[in-house]
Design a protein around this ligand. Structure first.
Ligand code: NBP
Length: 479
């Protein structure tokens, strides 16, 4: 039987993500899936393991392209970077105007913008699609954040909707914006994920070090939290991790894991871009720095040796666990508010029409930060799409106000007990800075004028001014 033009979607790159997505696609009615991998043995393994998928396998790139129906639609799931470029070039040499190349890997959105521009003259649509949920998500339903042209989404939308996770009856996929918007939104998702994980880590540390709870008891606390407003995938898996006992040593698994965290770089990208955009994503930055600090064993050992006596953990009362929950919730509100601020700034800079309420909705299922909480964010933007910050939405304003006493108490307790809580602390400072009537930025601006004649504006009249600091200290109107 000829396989010419029979597949409505093709997947290139059949490592764990590509093969799981291909299987997911093949399991949905209406899809016929072509598959190709540089090393053909991998394709053969997939076919042998999953004959039920009815894949159209292609050993060569020419056969792969020939097996696709028009407009040809190919999803690239290869290693980000040079591998992706190599495959794009292979496809672009064979595709025709109107065909669609989708990069579902973890590309930097700037690379996606450049790749789209590179292909623009060919009439081939290039779509960068953020895909979150890891290998399990790829197989069972990820959250998908495609960018690219609106025209390509007409073909792509139904295909991606068929495999995406479903939350409250809606597929977790939407056309998030043009060119690199998909990978930008995925980057921000990952940044928020970093912040959320750090905050959960700090809650665990406080419960253990100050609260005196053992991992199993903390697991129960997290399992309980997972039935309330903190309900989320990350809280759920934290309970499971803390329950787990290392089979080799019979001690809590958490105690045999080296306390040095790694990363693949998307948190760093988020912070770098937010810095360039002038958006204070301090929760994400603290999370990235906390991982970096953890991976400095020599410094840690040196300061452990030289540090003066360490404070004893504070004595805490029966409300401690509940207070930690409140501090966690309030800090999380700030971290998400910061992430959505970065989305707003990116959309403005790159000209994307990003619907933040829709983004909150497609993050409710399939992805790592999926949570009940995102419903609240979607509701907040539905009520007022022009929110200047999530912190002004009535629901979040009330939630943070309710948590405030506990939050301050926990940050103070952490400091007095010598427990590092950079996420909780910076989130509280962010909130307090926004809520302050007057900030010491006035002093900073005056200092800038003193040493660099950087000028200042006044509270009592319009204009730009400079004080003649090294002269008679009279004030000059600059403009
Ligand atoms: P890997 O990132 O491990 O990449 C392996 C695949 O890339 C293999 O199919 C390999 O072919 C292919 N490949 C390479 Br390497 N260089 C190539 C080239 N020059 N030409 C053609 N193919 C090439 O796979 P993965 O972990 O499945 O991830 C795929 C993408 O999805 C990545 O961008 C990743 O960042 C992203 N992602 C991963 C996750 C996750 O949880 N793992 C989650 C979300 C997104 P070969 O078999 O011939 O070596």
């Amino acid at each position: 039987m000829s396989t010419r033009g029979i597949a409505n979607i093709g997947v290139i790159g059949l490592a764990v993500m590509g093969s799981n997505l291909a299987r997911n696609l093949a399991s949905r009615p209406g899809n016929t899936v072509a598959v190709h991998n540089r090393t053909h043995a991998r394709t053969q393994e997939l076919l042998a393991a999953h004959p039920e998928s009815g894949f159209v396998a292609a050993e060569s790139i020419d056969a792969f392209v020939a097996s696709l129906a028009r407009p040809r639609t190919a999803l690239i799931m290869v290693q980000a970077g040079a591998g992706t470029d190599a495959v794009i070039d292979q496809l672009a040499a064979r595709f025709e105007p109107g065909d669609i190349i989708v990069d579902g890997g973890n590309a930097n959105f700037q690379d996606t913008i450049a790749r789209e521009q590179r292909l623009a003259h060919t009439g081939i649509h290039f779509v960068g699609a953020g895909i979150s949920g890891g290998e399990e998500g790829a197989l069972r339903g990820p959250s998908i954040m495609p960018g690219g042209s609106a025209e390509s989404y007409e073909t792509l939308g139904p295909i991606l909707s068929s495999v995406a996770a479903v939350a409250e009856g809606e597929p977790c996929v939407t056309h998030v914006g043009t060119d690199g918007a998909g990978h930008f939104v995925k980057m921000i998702h990952n940044g928020i994920e970093y912040a959320d994980m750090q905050l959960i880590g700090e809650a665990y540390d406080l419960l253990r070090t100050v609260g005196g709870l053992e991992p199993r008891a903390i697991a129960e606390v997290f399992a309980g939290w997972n039935t309330g407003p903190l309900e989320s995938y990350l809280i759920e898996i934290t309970a499971e991790v803390l329950h787990h006992v290392d089979p080799a040593t019979d001690v809590p698994f958490i105690d045999v894991v080296l306390d040095q965290a790694g990363s693949k770089g998307t948190g760093v990208w988020t912070v770098q871009n937010a810095l360039a955009l002038g958006v204070p994503v301090s929760g994400i930055a603290e999370a990235v720095f906390a991982r970096a600090l953890s991976a400095q064993p020599a410094q840690r050992a040196a300061v452990r040796r030289t540090a003066a006596s360490r404070p004893a953990p504070q004595t805490v009362g029966p409300a401690f666990v509940e207070d930690v929950a409140k501090a966690l919730y309030a800090s999380k509100v700030v971290a998400y508010a910061q992430g959505f601020d970065a989305l707003t700034a990116g959309a403005e800079k790159y000209g994307w029409d990003i619907d933040k309420g829709r983004i909150a909705k497609i993050w409710r299922g399939g992805c790592i930060i999926r949570a009940r909480f995102l419903d609240r964010i979607a509701e907040a933007y539905a009520e007022n799409p022009g929110l200047s910050t999530l912190l002004e939405a009535p629901y979040f304003a009330d939630a943070v106000a309710d948590a405030q006493d506990a939050w301050r108490g926990i940050v103070a307790t952490a400091a007095l007990s010598g427990v590092p809580a950079p996420g909780f602390g910076s989130a509280l400072s962010h909130y307090d800075a926004l809520a302050s009537h007057r900030l010491p930025a006035a002093l900073v601006q005056a200092q800038r004028d003193f040493f660099g004649a950087h000028t200042y504006r006044r509270t009592d009249r319009e204009g730009t001014f400079h004080t003649l600091w090294s002269g008679d200290r009279s004030e000059a109107v600059v403009e």
